[in-house]
Design a protein around this ligand. Sequence first.
Ligand SMILES: Nc1nc2c(ncn2[C@@H]2O[C@H](COP(=O)(O)OP(=O)(O)OP(=O)(O)O)[C@@H](O)[C@H]2O)c(=O)[nH]1
Ligand SMILES: [Mg+2]
Length: 331
Amino acid sequence: MSGRASVEELKQGVVSGDRAALSRAITLAESRRADDQERAQELIAGVLPRTGAARRVGLTGVPGAGKSTVIESLGLWLIEQGHKVAVLVVDPTSSRTGGSILGDKTRMQALSAHPDAYIRPSPSGGVLGGVARKTREAMLLCEAAGFDVVLVESVGVGQSEAELAELVDCLCLLLVPGAGDELQGIKRGIVERADLVVVNKADGDRIPLAKRARGDYRHALRMLPPSTPGWETPVQIASATEGTGLAEIWESIEKHRALLEETGLLEVRRLHQQQKWLSSMIEEAALKAFRARPGVEQAVAEAERDVAEEKLTVPQATQNVIDASGFSIEN
Ligand SMILES: Nc1nc2c(ncn2[C@@H]2O[C@H](COP(=O)(O)OP(=O)(O)OP(=O)(O)O)[C@@H](O)[C@H]2O)c(=O)[nH]1
Ligand SMILES: [Mg+2]
């Protein structure tokens, strides 16, 4: 495939598992050009029937907790079990060819070299919902290409963690032993959404510490509402470097999946995610259309000045912008 492949050619490439075609398809989906977007959406719509069966697992946790290393070990272990594993690394701080992505590639060396694995950094779209959207599209394309496990690593803190929860079926929170404090500064909202907690680096003389942390976290989690109705979030220990605890991690992921399927919550969860995606896209498109209206740009500049000079309150200045746009907001 050279030059501009047709959407049909790309689709054939993707569904036949051609990695070069998959990479090109994801690049197309990430493009901001309108004509690229049109082709990308046609492509994604075309492969949608082949998506949805994969295990969508997100990994989050403090920097250095071992997310990449767990993905590498778990990924290789899963491949041994006959799976095909795609890894998407979400890095909102690094939409450029970021350092941490290069670092992750080296950390996942064995996995990235494996023919049954596919690793791809997922850049930020630069807008709210951007991270999740690009990653979601990349995820769908990976599924269409035959990857039955998609592991998503979130890098950075805050917004990206919440977006990760909106993207996957199972959210795994990675912690390290002996960090002392209760839940290592992880936002309560994320802890509440974790479907699985893993205390990594349970090796060498850290094993007793890891076991103690496991007990503490189990206790702490009992105080929180469940991430999924009927699910008690397991807390496990593992060592990504030693390769211990991986089978147990996967077992929990599969149990969680079974619960989601049995109860119909998988569909509910995915539908909810899609509708949030839809509403964020509508909001974004509406904002873009609004800003493009004649007079709005100037009105915004004036509003900023009026607010800075304390001539108007922020609501008054906002109203001026709305008036200038020609839209009216009833109520
Ligand atoms: N002893 C030990 N070290 C580990 C383990 N897992 C990861 N490490 C080490 O911890 C460091 C950080 O690991 P990463 O996998 O890069 O952690 P990360 O969470 O992906 O880090 P960021 O992506 O930078 O947030 C590396 O030096 C790893 O070798 C483990 O199970 N045991
Ligand atoms: Mg990492």
